[in-house]
Design a protein around this ligand. Sequence first.
Ligand SMILES: [Zn+2]
Length: 199
Amino acid sequence: MSNVLASIVGKKVYPGDVLCTIEEFLPGDGVYVEDGYIRAARFGIVEVDFANRCIHVKPLGKRPRLPRKGSVVYGVVTGVPREELAFVKIFADERMMPFNGFFSGVLHVSQASDTPGQHSIYDFVKPGDFIRATIVSSSAPYLLSIKRPQDGVILAYCSVCGAPLYKVPGSPYLVCKRCGNKEKRKIAIHYMLEERRKR
Ligand SMILES: [Zn+2]
């Protein structure tokens, strides 16, 4: 399930196409809800507004330029070829506007945190995670940083059962409400799902 978002953001859709479930996002422009699913109401491109947890279908129009140094981008972690390195598929700019095609990004563990000492990239991200990152190189390969508080993992799924993980206020761990699993990540301040405090 973890690649559902990557497969839908930036995709061309037709009226009636299923985008996601109503648990995942709020319906935005150009969509409608039926039987628990959010569907496209028009022909266009799927966009996600992470700040408001909202999914839209924008009519086809102008697309953003290539990413460049200093650009904030969104991507999904596609693999960890070595302990200190992750590959990221970059799919959208800061406004969640999809780029023309995908770009490969590289996240090195030294760009994940300012904490000294040896770390594994798995302490910060895992394959399937959605991240917000800043580009720190001026050309391809796009080198990414997630050191800033706004950057990091914005949505992750349980590696045991596949359910979405929740942020817990004040904790460095994400938790799975389904199986109770806890996982460490570099959590962005605007992580999408937050566990409500119990009264
Ligand atoms: Zn789980």
